[in-house]
Design a binder for this molecule. Structure first.
Ligand SMILES: Nc1ncnc2c1ncn2[C@@H]1O[C@H](COP(=O)(O)OP(=O)(O)OP(=O)(O)O)[C@@H](O)[C@H]1O
Ligand SMILES: [Mg+2]
Length: 315
């Protein structure tokens, strides 16, 4: 097969990994690399900001360790091909895939694996054209934007449509494959989506599957973690539960978990947004009162129990 070789412009000639900062002597210890790259603060934030996800956090630490040691090896002249860091993130909606991908981009950047550390999130429609000849330029344009960072392809399995005899998705996949292989030192591709559909997708696309070095699975959050996620989100927004509020929210979650279309942390965020709306309406009715900080930050049990989830459960 005589395929054109796609190279996406953008990568600098000199490898950023090897360059020590501002003429300083090259790092010789793990501590020196960590200090120079300031990568630990991102990893600490990840640990602190995200509830649960222990296996995901561990994998990220492992990847960071690999890159740190690679840097030390490089500083002693032990050059090796950069490791392939393309990944798949599988899990249900709202399990933290996009959030973790953004942190990953920062970590890869701080460790010098990619130049910029930004994340471009796309789906099939951003890559695949509707007419002949439209797909390659579209895919290349996206890749160009993503160079130096992370290309996050959500619901990646939609790229492959076996039912269509000639689907343009295949063309996008072929371009991706080449760039994933040839420019992997400046672009990390993360394919995300539901676990089972992703498994099927990889089975039909062994070329793609074999280029994915890390499979990270994002499990659904159990009740206790959802509650902790709620606490964290509220604190970030300068709200808190008043007396009995947290218990009410715990009950809310139990009921909501039993209903269809529950989307993990995303549903927690949406629920809290609706509760803030009810709090605002409650306060709004009190025209003459001068609100204290406490009034303005507190979600009362009634703000939570007015949810339809409670009334639906009774009917
Ligand atoms: N472990 C966590 N701790 C705290 N907040 C979280 C956690 N996981 C997700 N969130 C928050 O939940 C929201 C949804 O997360 P995110 O968008 O990363 O999920 P996703 O897996 O990409 O979902 P989707 O498949 O719907 O795109 C975000 O606001 C994120 O900050
Ligand atoms: Mg997402």
């Amino acid at each position: 097969m005589n395929q054109p070789l796609y190279t996406i412009p953008g990568a600098p000639a000199e490898a950023s990994v090897a360059a020590p900062l501002s003429g300083a002597p090259p790092a010789r210890t793990v501590a020196e690399v960590l200090r120079e790259s300031q990568v630990e603060s991102v990893m600490d934030e990840l640990d602190r900001d995200l509830v649960g996800l222990a296996p995901v956090k561990q994998r990220i630490r492992d990847i960071a360790a690999l890159l740190v040691i690679d840097k030390l090896r490089l500083n002693l002249g032990l050059a090796a091909q950069s490791p392939s860091l393309h990944m798949s993130f599988t899990g249900n909606p709202g399990t933290g895939k996009t959030t973790v991908a953004m942190r990953m981009a920062q970590i890869l950047h701080r460790l010098g694996y990619v130049r910029k550390g930004h994340l471009i999130a796309v789906t099939r429609d951003d890559l695949v054209g509707q007419y002949i000849g439209h797909t390659a330029p579209k895919t290349r344009e996206v890749l160009k934007k993503a160079m130096g960072g992370v290309l996050f392809i959500d619901e990646a399995y939609y790229l492959y449509r076996p039912e269509n005899e000639r689907d343009y998705g295949q063309e996008a996949i072929e371009i991706l494959l080449q760039v994933m292989e040839n420019q992997r030192d400046d672009l990390v591709v993360i394919l995300a989506g539901y676990r089972d559909r992703m498994d099927t997708f990889f089975k039909s696309n062994p070329g793609l599957s074999s280029r994915i070095a890390h499979h990270l699975d994002f499990p659904d959050y159990p009740h206790g973690e959802l509650l902790a996620i709620g606490d964290r989100m509220l604190a970030d927004m300068h709200y808190r539960f008043g007396p009995g509020g947290r218990e009410a929210f715990g009950e809310y979650l139990t009921l909501r978990l039993a209903q269809p279309h529950f989307a993990n942390a995303r549903s927690v965020r949406n629920a809290l947004d609706r509760m803030r709306l009810r709090q605002a309406s409650r306060l709004f009715a009190d025209r003459e009162r001068e609100f204290t900080r406490e009034d303005l930050t507190t979600l009362a049990p009634s703000d939570i129990r007015a949810s339809r989830v409670f009334s639906d459960a009774q009917s």
